[in-house]
Structures are given as C-alpha cells and as structure tokens.
Design a protein around this ligand. Structure first.
Ligand SMILES: Cc1cc2nc3c(=O)[nH]c(=O)nc-3n(C[C@H](O)[C@H](O)[C@H](O)COP(=O)(O)OP(=O)(O)OC[C@H]3O[C@@H](n4cnc5c(N)ncnc54)[C@H](O)[C@@H]3O)c2cc1C
Ligand code: SF4
Length: 580
C-alpha cells in the first residue's frame, strides 16, 4: 500500500519520498464537473454624467454603514452614494493567486478589490468596491453579548436601548434584509464543519451554527435581484462568482436605488469642508480610467461618512487638516476585535476545506461549503475579558498555492527547492483529496482586546495602526491556546497566525477593524454621539454631519461585527430621518 501525501508530510519530507508521491501512483477518482451559474446582474452604478453639483444627502462609502443609511434615507430626498472602489458583478472575481496579486489595491491600482494595510503590530484587511468589505467577507451575522455594551465606553442612550431590548429589533431587521440562513446538517454536507463540531464537543464546549448572509437553500428574490443557490465552492472571501452570497449590492444597495439613490463608483473622497451657511462641500477624486483621476466637488445639506474604520478615520483626519473642527478623540480606541488566525495542518480528518475555482473538475463530496458555518462558543459563564469564539473557515482557492508553499517550508522546516517539488506534486495533481491541506482546518478566533490602539496618518497620508503594547494583551495567547487544543484533538500540527509563514514578522492580522471615530456621551469620550452625529472640538454637534460604520464602535465585540454595525446604522437612520 502506498504512503499518502499527508501521512508523509506528517512524518517529515525527504527528496526520494517526494518523488514517490508522483501523481501516477494515485488512483483516479470519479470526477464531476462544476458548472458555473450564469446570473443576470443588474448594474447599480450611474454614469458620471448624471452627477449633480448638489444633493440633500451624500453618503461616502457603500459598506454596511453606508448601504443601510442609504437604503433607509433615500426615499423622498436626493441622495448620492460616493464609493471609491468599482462595481463588481458575479463572475468577475479572481480565482488564481496571480489574479489576487493583480487585484490588490495600491496607489497605482486605486480600484483593486483587496486592501491590505501593513502595520508594525497589526495588519488590517478590508475590501474596496461597491458593497464595501461585504464583497470579500464570510457574511456571518452573529449577535454580541448584551453586556458588551455596558463596559462604560458606549453612549448611555444606546446602552438603555440594549437593556430594554429596543436595540435587538434592529438585529432582526438586518438579518431579514440580508436573508441570513444557518447551515442545516439535514439539508447539506460540509466536512470541515463536521470536523469543527467534533473537536469542539470533544473539548466539552458549546457549538452552534451561525446565520450567514448566503443563499444556502433558495431564498426570496427581491427587487428583481436574481441570486442562485450557493454551490459550496468555499471562495466567499475572494468574492462570490455565482452571486449566491448576499453582499450589499444584492439587498440594501438595490433598496437604496429603488428609493431613488444615485450610485457613483470610482469616487474617492479626499476631504470634507464645512461652508459658512452650514452646508458641506465634499472634495473627491474620480478615478475615470482606473488610474487617471480628476477632481469633483459636490455640496450637500447632510453628509454621512461611512468609509469604514480605516477610511472614515483617514477622511476625518484629512478634513480636520482643512479646518473641520473635531473631537481630539479622533484616531483613538482602535480595536482588532481580538482577531486571531490559526491553522491546524494535516489532521487525521478529511476536511475538504480548500476552495475550488469555476474551471475545476471536482468531486461533489469535496465541496468545502461557505467560509463560515460553525462557531465554537467559549462565552457562556465567563467574564467578558475571557470570552471568545472560534469559527472554522476555508482556504480561498486563489491562496492555496502560497499556503502550501509556506506550510511546506516554514512549518516542516524543509528547504525551498524541496518544497517546490512538493508543490509540484501536490498542486499539479488532480486528486488533492488525500493531500495534507485537504486534511487541515483554518480558524478565525475573536475575543475582547482592550481597544486601546491608535490610528494615525503617516507622512504619505496613509492610515496606520499604532499599538506598540498590543502583544501584551492576554486575549491573543488565550485564543491561541484553545485553537491549539482544537488542533491537537484532531491530530493536526497547530500553526499560530499563518500570516507569519508567508510574510516574515510576528504581526497580528485583523479582518474586523473597529474604532477611530468612536461613539461617546460627549466630545471628551467620543468623536460622534449615539446616532453618529459628529462633535466639534468644543463639544457641540455639527448639524448634518454623521459617521456611521465600524469606526464608531468603541470596544471589541468578541464576535463578527457586521450585524452590530448594520444595526447601529438602522437605529441611527430611523432616528435622524426627520432631520435630513
Ligand atoms: C476576509 C474577511 C472576512 C470577513 N468576514 C466577516 C463575517 O463573516 N462577518 C462579519 O460580521 N464581518 C466580517 N468581516 C468584516 C466586515 O465585512 C466588516 O466589519 C464590515 O464590512 C465593515 O463595514 P463598514 O461599513 O464599516 O465598512 P466597509 O464594509 O469596509 O465599507 C467601507 C467602504 O468605504 C469605501 N471607502 C473608503 N474610503 C473611501 C473614500 N475616501 N471615499 C469613498 N469611499 C471610500 C470602501 O471602498 C468601502 O467600500 C470580514 C472581513 C474580511 C476582510
Ligand atoms: S461558497 Fe461562497 S463563494 Fe461559493 S457559491 Fe457559496 S457563497 Fe458563493
């Protein structure tokens, strides 16, 4: 009987054994062709020739904050959304590593979908496009614990709403609009979530299926948006090519459009100026052919800044430079939401956790599933600082090559030329089912960091995380330890923070940046009040200027944040409607 690749990798590599693993020694498996679904996607963007000089409301950014505010405020008003990224239709997302590298946002590529903010202590990943980071997220909609809002940093009006149960009605509204559904083992199969459940139960912890914004079983087709059912390809975080993921351009943004909103993409706002009559002038760069830009200036009675934690903080810092009066809390209370990434390499269980692309011929039973299905819940019965969750994920198909390479060279401590041979054998083989990576788990943990990081602008006007003492926060080793236990139960090799394998350094990574323009009772504690209305430096409120996105969240949430961000926006929109 031949040695399997994963047993072999487990035992350690040798050159002769690598050649013994040539694809010819493996048995051919029956193949089933994956047929991509053709969706008729209706574009939401207006041509730039429609852009007017003045609006009632301008919304900057089209992530959860911006999309919700636009959908709820557009009716009966002139409202334009200014989004710096491009509109992406299903079928246009990258599926290869080369494609991924080409789609990284940079100065030369302002429309790149993936934005990586490298920092000294904690890197940040965000999305750039119509629909914001929903285009590349996993869509898990998880409610935070109620007492997270009682830690003293949240404004008292909001705390009262949470305490009375009033705030929770917005969770239900958001989940309904995003059509969130949970994995049901009676209706579909996914090996990675079964393995995650098994390990969690072996460790006697609570396990549950998270609602995710994905069309898992067939859903209502609303506002003429056609969405097929999810095919479980596992590529949600590289962008959904079938259209099954309930990204914001499938729900809230079409709703905004239905109510008359205009949508302008490739419009990067540089700064906001307050005029003497109390209106606002917004200065933007229009990236008209992906590289070249031209300046546009638009005025509005009301401006809602929803450019995300990194984008809104940067925009407000630049606006302050142009004279906008703001609280000196700007840039404070940055949190990475206690994010910890981990990997359990080459476990004893087949996980099928590798995403596949639309050209692949794959076995039906190897479909990994949407990125997140399950949650190991370490919250019940613990004090807040000791609560966390661990979710299982999938490796986007586009990232498996560097991941394999990194695993082979770093974890198993072999030379790069030998790793190249492993890479050749493993990646060129059509049968990756027995591979070590197909027996691995990827984990994302979230807990309660101290939210005492700082966002600053560097000399090139890039927003940077400054958080020198972050590594001393006990939340990170606590989650790491538990991920390691999860990994050991499965017989895998635990890899802490796989990012360090691919790029050197010990940086943490967050995909859930929060804070920078936080809510507070007064300007002494926050940049905005409980509705997102912006404080001046001396504590008054700017009429008609709001911030509403992840940047207003003043603490870690300990769970995936999109549901909280969207619910804060639903609440604010309901209460400021009569003011705009
Ligand atoms: C890989 C990955 C997986 C994730 N999975 C989940 C998950 O499962 N569940 C969950 O809850 N969260 C998840 N998240 C995080 C979640 O998507 C974000 O917390 C959420 O999108 C933040 O919403 P937002 O409105 O604050 O900002 P964003 O969604 O980031 O939107 C901000 C928008 O503003 C635009 N913008 C920025 N600057 C400007 C400017 N100057 N002018 C014009 N426009 C501008 C940006 O292009 C972007 O479109 C994930 C994130 C990543 C990266
Ligand atoms: S797994 Fe994710 S990317 Fe694949 S079809 Fe389903 S939602 Fe889309």
């Amino acid at each position: 009987m031949g040695i399997s690749r994963r047993d072999f990798l487990k035992a350690g590599l040798s050159a002769s054994a690598v050649s013994a693993l040539a694809p010819s020694t493996t048995q051919a498996e029956p193949q089933t062709k994956y047929i991509p679904v053709n969706v008729r996607y209706k574009s939401l963007s207006n041509p730039i020739s429609d852009l007017k000089e003045s609006y009632d409301i301008l919304v900057i950014g089209s992530g959860y904050g911006g999309a919700v505010m636009s959908a709820r405020l557009a009716e009966g008003r002139s409202l334009a959304i200014l989004e710096r990224g491009a509109e992406r239709a299903p079928g246009s997302f990258v599926e290869t590593f080369k494609g991924f590298l080409k789609d990284l946002r940079s100065k030369l590529k302002p429309l790149g979908l993936f934005e990586l903010h490298p920092n000294h202590e904690m890197d940040v990943v965000t999305g750039n496009g119509l629909g914001g980071t929903s285009l590349i997220n996993a869509g898990a909609t998880v409610e935070p614990d109620e007492d997270v809002f009682r830690d003293g940093h949240w404004p008292s009006e909001l705390v009262d709403d949470v305490r009375s149960g009033e705030f929770q009605k917005y969770y239900a509204r958001v989940k309904r609009t995003l059509q969130a559904q949970s994995y049901d083992p009676a209706r579909m199969r996914s090996a990675k979530v079964d393995v995650h459940k098994l390990a969690t139960e072996k460790l006697h912890q609570k396990f549950e299926y998270a609602p995710i914004a994905v069309n898992l079983y067939g859903q209502k087709q609303v506002l003429g948006v056609e969405q097929p059912k999810c095919i479980q390809c596992g590529n949600c975080c590289a962008g959904c090519n079938t259209g099954a993921k309930n990204t914001l351009n499938m729900n809230y943004l079409p709703l905004a459009k239905y109510h008359g909103a205009e949508v302008y993409t490739c419009m990067e706002v540089d700064h906001i100026e307050k005029l003497s009559d109390g209106r606002y002038r917004v200065h933007c760069d229009y990236h008209y052919d992906g590289k070249k830009k031209t300046r546009k200036v638009i005025e509005a009675n009301t401006v809602i800044v929803a450019a995300g934690t990194m984008g809104s903080t940067r925009l407000m810092m630049k606006s302050r430079r142009y004279g906008l009066s703001l609280s000196n809390q700007l840039g404070q209370r940055f949190s990475g939401n206690g994010d910890v990434l981990g990997l359990s390499f080459n476990t004893d269980y087949k996980t099928n956790a590798i995403g596949f692309d639309s050209a692949s011929e794959v076995r039906v039973d190897m479909r990994p599933g949407a990125v997140i299905y399950g949650v190991a819940d370490y919250r019940p019965g613990r004090k807040i600082s000791e609560r966390f969750i661990i979710e299982e994920g999938t490796f986007p198909g586009a990232l498996t090559i560097p991941l394999r390479m990194a695993m082979a060279t770093a974890k198993l401590k072999i030379s790069r030329w030998r790793a190249l041979r492993v890479l050749r054998d493993v990646t060129l083989s059509k049968d990756i089912e027995k591979g070590a990576l197909n027996h691995s788990m990827v984990y994302l943990g979230m807990g309660h960091d101290r939210a005492d990081g700082q966002l600053i602008l560097d000399r090139k006007d890039r927003v940077r995380v400054h958080w020198p003492h972050v590594m001393s926060d006990p939340v990170f080793p606590m989650i790491d330890r538990e991920m390691k236990r999860q990994s050991q139960v499965l017989g895998g090799n635990f890899v802490m923070n796989p990012r360090t394998l691919i790029v050197s350094g010990k940086n943490l990574v967050t995909v859930h940046p929060l804070g920078g323009c936080v809510m507070g009772d007064t300007a002494e504690y926050g940049v905005v009040n409980h509705l997102g209305q912006v404080f001046t430096e001396n504590g008054e409120l700017h009429q008609g200027l709001y911030i509403m996105d992840g940047s207003v969240v003043p603490t870690a949430l300990g769970v995936n944040p999109l549901l909280t961000i969207a619910s804060l926006a639903e609440r604010a929109a309901e209460r400021i409607r009569h003011l705009c």
